[in-house]
Design a protein around this ligand. Structure first.
Ligand SMILES: Cc1cc2nc3c(=O)[nH]c(=O)nc-3n(C[C@H](O)[C@H](O)[C@H](O)COP(=O)(O)OP(=O)(O)OC[C@H]3O[C@@H](n4cnc5c(N)ncnc54)[C@H](O)[C@@H]3O)c2cc1C
Length: 410
């Protein structure tokens, strides 16, 4: 039997990050992955969706660019190339990850692993001994009763990556990050998109102003949505919503959350990443792994969320609906920013929520929101007072100066 300091089950962001950092510190680490290194994030999540999103946005931007002096005769897209580009992107990123894991000294076994006891892992009929076992087995798409996945008409976020042609119309169940990003992808490519959401607003986890703005943007983009509604029944590919609306999509994409995949393990195992069933984001999984391996602590209330597409959506900290009267809310439309006009990207806002001179929350709908949010996050993480932030010289013209425009008026 081989002996290791750490045996890690699952080669997604949580597992490979923990493995590499532990190995760097001199620990003897073995990592088990039943599929491909990179996990959901690299193979079925963050990376493939952003590749699709990029192709679809480029296409949609060129369609509407004649007003700003860019036009192209016979513009068309080849969906097989879009898929090819996505596959190449995933493969490239995976190759460099595989190399990084190998170079870090982590031994990788490609097999399903199970836990025999608190110090023994079994994979491919072999036993491996480890002082500590780390479970980083991720999560899988959640099924809803009546909407069981069949891979043909009712798809989950894994199945949708296998489509070979674009649908003419699609129904998306759920308006979290996955639902919103796929709605944008299909809509950018010209498909008719409808979203059904049980909550009162789209993106129910977001600040109320973010939800309302996205609803407005979706109306403009002719992305239909039904809130406070759900699928009542499906018969012969006809979908009936509780509200009575009848839809005939080419398929239904169910994006209604993910549930942890947990092998049988006891309290002696360390569980990190999506398999914890907490915040299911790649950067949270990575951060948990860093805490475990390097002792770097994190503030659970300061984990940023980002939804990609045009415009990007990003937030961190408290939402308006979580705050009392004693909080200040300041919202700057991005139309106030010269750079937004130059980029023809004037849709959106930067919103800060403050109390006693400290930022409690930031909610951004804007081009570059995924980067902007970190400026505010650094201030929040360090509990900086707005008077200190006023001293920062923001470059012009940028979206970041929008943050300064808000702060200087506080
Ligand atoms: C469509 C989609 C888009 C997403 N976009 C984003 C995004 O933009 N940003 C973001 O932060 N997050 C995003 N996520 C979430 C992100 O992918 C996850 O939070 C992240 O992958 C969690 O990492 P993990 O290591 O915990 O689990 P995973 O990445 O799921 O990795 C778990 C690994 O464990 C392996 N495994 C499971 N059981 C066993 C076993 N018994 N033996 C061996 N191996 C096993 C699996 O094969 C898998 O590779 C997205 C998710 C989806 C589905």
């Amino acid at each position: 039997m081989e002996y290791y300091d750490y045996g890690i089950i699952g080669g997604g962001p949580a597992g490979y990050t923990a493995g590499m950092f532990l190995a760097k510190q001199g620990y003897n680490v073995i990592l088990f992955e039943k599929d491909k290194l990179g996990g959901t994030c690299l193979n079925r999540g963050c990376i493939p969706t952003k590749s699709f999103l990029h192709s679809s946005e480029l296409y949609s931007e060129i369609i509407s660019a004649s007003e700003i002096g860019v036009s192209y005769d016979n513009l068309r897209f080849d969906f097989s190339k879009v898929i090819e580009k996505k596959d190449k992107t995933v493969e490239r990123v995976r190759k460099s990850l595989e190399l990084a894991v190998k170079n870090s000294g982590v031994k990788t076994i490609y097999a399903v692993a199970c836990i025999k006891d608190k110090n023994t892992i079994i994979a491919d009929n072999n036993m491996y001994s480890a002082d500590r076992i780390i479970v980083a087995t991720g999560a899988k798409p959640k099924e809803i009763i009546g909407l069981e996945f069949d891979g043909k008409f009712i798809l989950n976020s894994d199945d949708v990556l296998n489509i070979s042609s674009l649908p003419k119309s699609v129904l998306i169940v759920g308006s979290g990050a996955i639902g919103i990003e796929w709605a944008r992808i299909f809509s950018n490519f010209g498909a008719e998109v409808t979203i059904v959401e049980t909550a009162e607003y789209l993106i129910p986890n977001a600040d109320i102003d973010v939800s309302k703005r996205i609803e407005r943007i979706f109306k403009q983009k002719k992305i239909k949505y039904y809130t406070k509604d759900s699928v009542a029944k499906i018969e012969n590919k006809k979908v009936l919503l509780k509200s009575g609306a009848e839809l005939t999509p080419d398929f239904v994409l169910v994006a209604a959350g993910r549930e942890p995949v947990l092998p049988v393990c006891d309290d002696s195992c360390i569980v990190i990443g999506d398999s914890c069933g907490e915040i299911q984001l790649a950067h949270y999984a990575i951060h948990q792994a860093k805490q475990l391996a390097l002792g770097i602590t994190y503030n659970r209330d300061l984990i940023p969320s980002v939804i990609y597409g045009n415009p990007e959506i990003a937030w961190v900290g408290k939402r308006e609906q979580d705050c009392g009267e004693d909080c200040k809310k300041i919202l700057l439309p991005v139309t106030a920013l010269g750079k937004a006009w130059c980029d023809d990207a004037t849709e959106g806002f930067i919103k800060l929520i403050t109390k006693d001179g400290r930022i409690l929350g930031a909610h951004i709908v804007s081009k570059e929101a995924s980067s902007l949010i970190h400026t505010v996050l650094i201030a929040m993480q360090n509990n900086l007072n707005v008077d200190e932030l006023k001293k920062i010289c923001f470059a012009h013209p940028t979206y970041s100066e929008g943050i300064f425009d808000i702060i200087i008026n506080l």
